[in-house]
Unconditional design. Structure first.
Length: 297
């Protein structure tokens, strides 16, 4: 199976590359940006085109949101012309106001924000015009490298002694970019073998948590590992933000359909976080010439 991935520096694109390198059944071609035309698509002839999500669209500049939506629609037209399936990953922030109960796949986001509504228009076009599509809504991604990786930003700020802020009244499901990459390639392998299960799916980590609690856990795990190594490093602080005083906002994706259709299980974000912090410390040790590095996985 050959996949064309756009936005090479995105944390999900890098995770897809790592996952494909571990397999013998998947070939990737990764383009730098989101610009694409039918000629390029016909030249590569991929089995699917994968577009990583625009991270944090709620806080993004309207022009950036519009540019992303227009780029995806250009990709849609190219895919239709070349007969290539389209996979578009989107942020759970499109569910702007959240829901009290877990959000099912059939619930189409209906945000009030004009920029977010522009993304909904793009999704409506994909559903209406391209029968072979996957729209995959993701919880907030975290990874150690790449744009929009989040976790590397948190670690760098904390290690430098800076303050990190997170909402205590917004609940979501942090999602490992590596877990998403593994799931996406597994889903597309099944589609490549004739599953024909196109449509919208949700994918997120297990255990809903607030942004403040997630960031606090990152700090606690860092501090615990540093203390266990006998190192004294004053980490930065974590400050709770309160944006929804009347009623906390819950943005929890129900990932039941991706399990029932593809057999994809959600990964616990705590385990993924621990694994990534272990990897970060291995890299941290490599930068210190007086430290023996354990290269075991």
């Amino acid at each position: 199976m050959k996949l064309l991935i756009l936005d090479a520096g995105h944390c999900l694109s890098l995770a897809l590359a790592r996952e494909a390198n571990r397999r013998s059944d998947t070939e990737l071609v990764i383009d730098a940006g989101l610009a694409l035309d039918a000629g390029r698509l016909e030249e590569i002839a991929p089995d699917a085109l994968v577009i990583p999500p625009l991270a944090r669209p709620i806080s993004a500049e309207p022009a950036a949101v519009t540019a992303h939506a227009e780029a995806v629609e250009t990709c849609l037209e190219a895919c239709l012309a070349a007969g290539v399936p389209l996979v578009w990953c989107v942020s759970d922030q499109l569910y702007e106001d959240g829901f009290e109960a877990p959000i099912d796949e059939h619930v189409i986001p209906a945000p009030r924000d004009e920029s977010l509504r522009r993304l909904i228009v793009t999704g409506d076009r994909i559903r209406a015009e391209h029968p072979h599509h996957l729209i995959v809504r993701l919880g907030p991604l975290f990874a150690l490298e790449g744009s929009n990786a989040w976790l590397n930003e948190l670690i760098d700020t904390l290690v430098a002694g800076g303050e990190v802020r997170g909402e205590s009244d917004v609940t979501f499901c942090p999602t490992s970019a590596d877990a998403v990459a593994m799931a996406l390639i597994g889903m597309l392998q099944q589609q490549h073998c004739g599953a024909g299960a196109w449509g919208s799916y949700h994918l997120a980590g297990t255990e809903p948590v607030s942004a403040y609690t997630f960031i606090s856990m990152v700090r606690t795990q860092l501090a615990t590992r540093l203390e266990g190594r006998g190192e004294c490093l004053e980490l930065g602080s974590v400050k709770a933000l309160h944006h929804h005083h009347d009623q906390p906002l819950r943005r929890v994706l129900n990932c039941r359909r991706v399990l029932e259709v593809f057999g994809v299980h959600q990964k616990p974000w705590r385990l993924e976080l621990g694994r990534m912090l272990d990897a970060w410390f291995r890299g941290y040790d490599r930068c210190r010439p007086d430290t023996e590095v354990d290269e075991r996985p």
